[in-house]
Design a protein around this ligand. Structure first.
Ligand SMILES: [Zn+2]
Length: 360
């Protein structure tokens, strides 16, 4: 099913299919939550006892690929690998969620004292701008959160992610002939270059902060002073204050530009906070590692730079484990793949971890 985030009704097809599958068992209560996303609604599935959720499981239904990609590159399997748009990020996670539900149907005692909630959202690749309030509302009712994003290595889970701040800047100057009337022009590009040098000082990898100016465009010809320039600024940070500082800095620069004739508009902000309290996830990771060690399985942990919906739950104080989906690689590229031989071992980690959390 093709479900690029911006394809109208794309994720709605996935949601309808999942809803039908969950409804095959009377254990599950399903509900659409309309959030205004282009693809379709969120699908919420709950089961078990109680108003609060012992566990919130999150999986997104959207992909980054435009309409028509599926026709060009339909799902296929070759040996130990499978390919197709979104197979790794993260349709595999959606399927894991469904099969986890199937598995829970055979273990009714696990839900005797606890409730569980699955949330499938339609807009994770758009930074969950539509579904964030739903995620946060459910997180506040949950003891633990699992995210079914894919993993890249065997037996490896994610216990931390950095936050993301993203800005789009538009510089508006005054065009003029660069040779005959340079004094009448105000260069949007020159203004941008001066900002750029200041912004790059915020790039501090050793402090866990990376800043990237990933897109720049502007100007019309070599001999014309540019009246327009635009750029994007992406920051990844372990400390939310770095993102807040960047936002202040940008507005400060806009309020007193180098060339007073250049006006700058700023769009964007912090789209995802970093994980809230690294010690909280560290503690859970240690518990989980010890639990699996008793079963003879070694679990590895990672803290990664990319963000997911786990950033929202962790920032609200809910211990969050991510990368519980199947293993693969090449996310967001035509070479995206999943690995067949790791499907069952990884699914076993998910079921055992779920049993552990529900049994605590
Ligand atoms: Zn994803």
């Amino acid at each position: 099913m093709e479900s690029g985030s911006s394809i109208p009704g794309g994720t709605a097809k996935v949601a309808a299919w999942l809803k039908g599958e969950f409804e095959k068992s009377s254990l599950w209560h399903t509900e659409y939550i309309d959030v205004g996303a282009p693809g379709g609604p969120c699908l919420k599935v709950t089961g078990g006892k109680g108003e609060k959720y012992r566990l919130l499981l999150m999986a997104h239904m959207d992909t980054v690929f435009p309409e028509g990609t599926l026709k060009e590159r339909p799902f296929r399997r070759e040996g130990d690998f499978y390919y197709g748009p979104g197979c790794h990020d993260m349709k595999g996670g959606d399927i894991f969620a469904l099969h986890l539900a199937r598995w829970l149907e055979t273990k009714p005692h696990l839900l005797e004292n606890h409730a569980i909630c699955f949330l499938f959202n339609p807009d994770e690749e758009l930074s969950s701008i539509y579904s964030r309030p739903v995620i946060e509302e459910l997180a506040k009712k949950s003891d633990y959160a699992f995210v079914l994003e894919p993993s890249m290595e065997e037996n490896t889970l994610v216990k931390g992610r950095r936050g993301v701040a993203r800005f789009y800047l538009d510089f508006h100057g005054i065009a003029s002939h660069a040779g005959s009337a340079p004094e009448k022009g105000a260069s949007a590009i020159h203004e941008f270059i001066r900002w750029g040098e200041i912004l790059l000082k915020e790039n501090k990898p050793c402090e866990g902060t990376n800043l990237n100016i990933g897109m720049v465009s502007g100007g019309t010809a070599a001999n014309i002073i540019a009246d327009h320039c635009s750029c994007s600024v992406d920051m990844r940070m372990t400390d939310i204050r770095k993102g807040e500082h960047l936002e202040e800095l940008l507005h400060d620069l806009a309020s007193r530009p180098f060339d007073l004739r250049v006006l700058t508009t700023i769009k964007g902000g912090i789209t995802r906070p970093p994980y809230g309290n690294p010690d909280m996830e560290e503690l859970l990771a240690r518990e989980v590692t010890a639990y699996f060690a008793l079963k003879g399985k070694e679990i590895h942990w990672k803290t990664v730079g990319s963000a997911s919906d786990g950033n929202f739950t962790s920032a609200l104080g809910v211990p969050t484990i991510d990368a519980l989906g199947p293993m693969g690689g090449g996310a967001h590229t035509p070479g995206e793949y999943g690995v067949v031989h790791d499907i069952l071992p990884k699914f076993e980690i998910l079921t055992e971890l779920t049993a552990y959390v529900l049994g605590k």
